[in-house]
Design a protein around this ligand. Structure first.
Ligand SMILES: Cc1cc2nc3c(=O)[nH]c(=O)nc-3n(C[C@H](O)[C@H](O)[C@H](O)COP(=O)(O)OP(=O)(O)OC[C@H]3O[C@@H](n4cnc5c(N)ncnc54)[C@H](O)[C@@H]3O)c2cc1C
Length: 201
C-alpha cells in the first residue's frame, strides 16, 4: 500500500507514450491549475528511494506538470430556478475512489430520466434529480477524501496498522483488497424511474 506518495501509470497511443500520475502531498501549494510546469528533478527527488525501475521511468519523462488535487465539502443545493448542476461542478472529489466521471455519467442519466418523468414540470424534475443524486454523490465525495487520507498516512506505524487491518479484512472477504466498495457499485441508476413511479402510486 502507498505511503505519503503513490504512483499510477497508463500506456497510451499503443505503447508510444506513458502517462504517469505521481501523487505527493504539499501543504503550501494552492495554485488551482493543470498547466503549471514542473521539473523532472523535483519529481525524482519526491520519489527518491522508490524502486529503481520507477527512477528510470521518471528519468525519461519529457514533460512534467504540477497539478493540485483539491476537493470541496458536499454542497447544500445544486438547483436555482431552472438551472441545476451536474458532475464536478457540484461534487468535485479527490480521485482516490475513481468515481468522479462515473458520478457525472450517473447524474446525466438520472437528469434525463427525471425530465422524462415530469415533462411538464421542470421544478419537480430538478427536485427529483437532486434528491436522488445529492446524497449519493456526497457520500462518494466524502469516502474519496477518506481514502486519500488512509492512502497517505504520515508515519510508518500508521501505515503498518492500516495494512494489517486491510489484510485482515481481505482474509474475511477474499474478493476485496480490504477496502469494501460494493456499495458504490450496487447502485443501479436504471431503477430510479421505476422507484419513482412506485412511490407515486
Ligand atoms: C488524476 C485524476 C484521476 C481520475 N480518475 C478517475 C477515474 O479513474 N474514474 C472516474 O470516474 N473519474 C476519474 N477522475 C475524475 C474525472 O476526470 C472527473 O470527475 C470528470 O472529468 C468530471 O466530468 P465533468 O463533465 O463534470 O467535468 P469536466 O470533465 O471538467 O468537464 C467540464 C468541461 O467544461 C469546459 N468548460 C469549463 N468552463 C467552460 C466555459 N465557461 N464555457 C464552456 N466550456 C467550459 C471544460 O473545458 C471541460 O471540458 C479523475 C480525476 C483526476 C484529476
Amino acid at each position: 500500500m502507498p505511503g505519503r506518495e503513490d504512483v499510477n501509470t497508463g500506456v497510451l497511443k499503443g505503447g508510444e507514450m506513458v502517462n504517469i500520475v505521481a501523487v505527493t502531498e504539499a501543504s503550501e501549494w494552492v495554485d488551482e491549475s493543470w498547466s503549471t510546469r514542473a521539473s523532472r528533478e523535483d519529481m525524482l527527488s519526491d520519489f527518491a528511494g522508490w524502486h529503481p525501475d520507477l527512477a528510470e521511468l521518471f528519468a525519461n519523462v519529457e514533460e512534467v506538470y504540477n497539478w493540485g488535487l483539491f476537493d470541496r465539502d458536499p454542497m447544500g443545493s445544486w438547483t436555482k430556478g431552472a438551472v441545476t448542476l451536474l458532475g464536478d461542478a457540484c461534487h468535485p472529489m479527490l480521485p482516490f475512489l475513481s468515481q468522479g466521471a462515473a458520478m457525472a455519467i450517473e447524474d446525466g442519466y438520472i437528469l434525463g430520466e427525471a425530465l422524462g418523468l415530469y415533462p411538464d414540470n421542470l421544478t419537480e424534475a430538478l427536485a427529483a434529480y437532486e434528491a436522488e443524486r445529492r446524497p449519493r454523490t456526497s457520500k462518494v465525495q466524502l469516502e474519496a477524501r477518506e481514502r486519500g487520507r488512509t492512502y497517505h498516512l504520515p508515519t510508518e506505524e500508521e501505515m503498518a496498522a492500516r495494512d494489517a487491518e486491510y489484510a485482515r479484512r481481505a482474509k474475511e472477504d477474499p474478493r476485496t483488497t480490504g477496502i469494501n466498495t460494493d456499495w458504490v457499485y450496487d447502485y443501479d441508476p436504471r431503477r430510479f424511474s421505476a422507484r419513482m413511479r412506485e412511490a407515486a402510486e
